[in-house]
Ligand binder design. Structure first.
Ligand code: DGY
Length: 326
């Protein structure tokens, strides 16, 4: 008998078919929004789960499903997993690093540029029929080339953004991270390590790429926004909750900073109503990794992890590899 697994969200049919070669698959092709209680129920008897960032794997779920052996996220971020609780119960957790790095770095750059050059504001202006004539100061924004790019969180995606800025646009790149890069990596990214305070004060364009955790909750709030230049932009492609969205809406409305590009939100898919009213913020629905090729690569990597974990193979991207050693 094949092991039973749950695919908790709709995903590429060809990936589900791949999983069916190895498992008895219960899936969610209509992408119904299951409550946590539904999820716990659907997991009964399943040894593996294919999840996305909105599927919460917590203590209550693990306790109600002691047969669960592996949870495979189709995302590089995994703040939806209680990893210590999984590890304590011998449940392997996996994610999808690397395959989305360049696509997500592209998007970070696009969103930063869209905010700085007022792209969506300009388009809305045009579509409303407000564009009657050219004028010297119409929708003037701020330059990317030659500006100072600040990066908070310097993992793979942060480094991808740094390289785009330094090599492609001649930007001066500064970063802050829990740990400093090696000299070689700093040279590759042409990036200089600074304190968080210096980063906030010096960046013309600040991009957030750090993982969400209790420590990074509201890493950018009113106090941090107050330290930024009034001409600066802020881009968040990391996770909702890293920015205090109410404080950001206030800072944008009062022009404490000039503009923002935001792809992730506290409590998404809800968006703070203050942000929705503003023209100086570009808002996108958590799509930084959303190209067909990259989403397919992410889904296949999550499937590779699930298949390997349950068929005696070596999962390519474990989060808590200590579970494998047991
Ligand atoms: C990720 O991979 O973490 C992206 O945010 C998609 O959820």
């Amino acid at each position: 008998m094949k092991p039973k697994v749950l695919v908790a969200r709709a995903v590429f049919p060809e990936v589900v078919e791949r999983l069916r070669q190895f498992f008895e698959v219960d899936d969610n092709p209509q992408d119904l929004a299951w409550s946590q209680a539904d999820l716990i129920q659907r997991l009964q008897g399943k040894v593996g789960a294919f999840t996305t960032g909105s599927v919460r794997i917590d203590v209550a779920l693990l306790t109600a499903n002691p047969q669960l052996r592996v949870v495979c996220n189709m995302a590089v971020g995994y703040n939806n997993f209680d990893v210590p609780a999984c590890t304590a119960r011998g449940v392997l957790c996996t994610n999808t690093p690397d395959v989305l790095t360049e696509t997500t770095a592209d998007f970070g750059f696009v969103l930063m540029m869209a905010a700085a050059r007022r792209i969506t504001e300009g388009e809305h202006y045009l579509r409303r029929g407000d564009w009657k004539k050219w004028s010297y100061n119409q929708l003037t924004g701020s330059d990317i080339h030659g500006a100072t790019l600040g990066i908070l969180g310097m993992g793979r995606i942060g480094q991808g953004i740094a390289k785009r800025g330094a090599h492609g646009f001649g930007m001066k790149v500064i970063y802050h991270n829990r740990s400093r890069l090696t000299d070689d990596k700093e040279a590759e990214c042409r990036a200089a390590y600074v304190s968080k305070k210096e980063l906030l004060q010096q960046a013309d364009h600040l991009v957030l790429v750090l993982p969400y955790s209790a420590e990074s909750h509201h890493a950018i709030g009113a106090a941090e926004l107050a330290q930024m230049k009034p001409t600066a932009t802020l881009t968040n492609i990391a996770r909702g909750g890293i920015v205090d969205d109410a404080a950001l809406a206030h800072a944008l409305a009062t022009r404490q900073i000039s503009a923002a590009g935001i792809d992730v939100f506290e409590g998404e898919p809800s968006v703070h109503p203050g942000l929705l009213k503003l023209s100086n913020v570009v808002l996108t629905p958590h799509i930084a990794s959303a190209t067909i090729a990259t989403r397919l690569a992410m889904a296949n990597l999550a499937a590779d992890n699930l298949i390997a974990a349950l068929t005696g193979g070596v999962p390519p991207s474990p989060i808590n590899p200590e579970v494998l050693a047991r």
